[in-house]
Design a protein around this ligand. Structure first.
Ligand code: PMP
Length: 387
């Protein structure tokens, strides 16, 4: 396959592709017209870059309905900022969903080993993958949470967790709880009320249709973590302490201005296109995908309960064929999916898919079409005939 062969791209949970045209355009033009260093001096190009950062921040705050947004280079760094900045202590109980990405699981495991925090999984039904709010309420009463970390949409199974309800339950049990929602797969796609959520982490290059190199935290309440990265901010440089408030506190180092420009263009595109039309398009394609796959004997979709809403991500396996072989066979037909654990081993432990090498994951975006879904179904039908 050469680089000109068109690919049916169904790996949007890894990164959305393609991007809206304005993202490419503005990322190219920013270095030609406004490529100063934001917040570093008052020269005209530095000012232009600073204005771009400020405008992008405002757009992100509006889109996420958040009183404050700080940027970071990746969702991984944003999640680490919250987890390491949460000032957890020995014996503190942190509840997680069974679907957390390693960007949450690994920092927590590090704190478990080095500090002695206790990590508990929230109760979810293994068959339906629906969370059991009554059981969770009871667990919170017995062992109140210091923190909860829940991905809004699982990057493996696409299931949507009721994070607003979970946040409320956690706050009722423990008013000072820190509620961290990993919105890498959902921010922009699924609206969220942040009233009980301290930190919603978003990723620029996934559901926001922007570029790599920019992500961040939307703070919903007054709680703020200690800084995670220390360095120059272009402000109060006489002090060796990090600024005590504002986004500078978490944005040490030069801003990635082309990523900021790309995110700005993406946020404008999202607003113009409309959350509902994006969500409706992706949902209806996802429903078409699950129905079509379910109609092919020998394909097992997770979870098996078809009532569960898959938010653009669908994982499946083909009887007797490893996910990696399916990924390679589809790749040979120019269809891009992803096989494996998707950096979320807990999810596979939960679904008992660890030993078979994980799942085949398909994930759709606004730019996919019914033809893409049909191409996948045809290719899988062919594989089944030769399996
Ligand atoms: N959380 C979730 C749910 C994700 O899907 C991902 C990326 N797969 C991340 C966090 C980490 O994002 P990044 O690699 O862009 O830092």
């Amino acid at each position: 396959m050469n680089s000109e062969t068109p690919v049916v791209y169904l790996d949007n949970a890894a990164t959305t592709f393609p991007k809206p045209e304005a993202v490419y355009r503005d990322m190219d033009s920013v270095y030609r017209s406004s490529g100063g260093n934001a917040g570093r001096g008052a020269n005209p190009l530095a000012r232009r870059a600073a204005a771009l950062v400020a405008e992008t921040r405002e757009l992100a705050q509006t889109w996420l309905s958040a009183p404050e947004v700080t940027f970071s280079p990746s969702a991984t760094i944003a999640l680490n900022t919250i987890i390491f900045g949460a000032n957890l202590r020995t014996g503190d109980v942190v509840y997680v969903s069974p679907f957390e990405h390693n960007s949450v699981a690994r920092p927590l495991e590090h704190l478990r080993k080095t500090l002695g925090i206790v990590v508990r999984q929230l109760s979810y039904d293994k068959q339906t993958m629906v969370c059991n709010l009554d059981a969770i309420r009871a667990h919170f009463r017995i062992e109140p949470p210091s923190m909860i970390c829940v991905s809004h949409v699982s990057n493996v199974f696409g299931i949507l967790s009721p994070v607003e309800e979970l946040a409320l339950l956690a706050r009722q049990a423990s008013p000072s709880v820190i509620v961290l929602i990993d919105g890498a797969q959902s921010a922009g796609l699924v609206p969220l009320e942040l009233a009980n959520i301290d930190a919603l982490v978003f990723s620029g290059h996934k559901s926001l249709y922007g570029p790599y190199g920019i992500a961040g935290v939307a703070f919903g309440r007054d709680w703020r973590p200690a800084p995670f990265i220390y360095g120059g901010t272009g402000t109060r440089s006489e002090s060796l302490d990090m600024p005590s408030n504002g986004s500078d506190r978490y944005e040490a180092g030069s801003q990635n201005i082309s990523a900021v420009a790309g995110l700005r263009a993406a946020l404008i595109w999202l607003k113009e296109t409309g959350r509902c039309s994006i969500y409706d398009h992706v949902s209806s394609l996802t429903a078409q995908l699950t129905t079509t796959l379910a109609g092919l004997g020998g394909v097992f979709i997770y979870p098996s309960n078809s009532r569960v809403e898959h938010s653009s991500v669908v994982s499946f396996n083909i009887n007797g064929v490893s996910p990696q072989i399916v990924e390679t066979a589809l790749g040979a037909r120019s269809i891009a999916v992803r096989a494996g654990l998707h950096c979320a081993p807990w999810a596979h432990d939960f679904a008992s898919t660890l030993t078979q090498g994980g799942t085949v994951r398909t994930s759709l975006s606004f730019f996919n079409t019914e033809q893409d879904v049909l191409a996948l179904a045809e290719a899988i039908d062919e594989l089944l005939q030769h399996a």
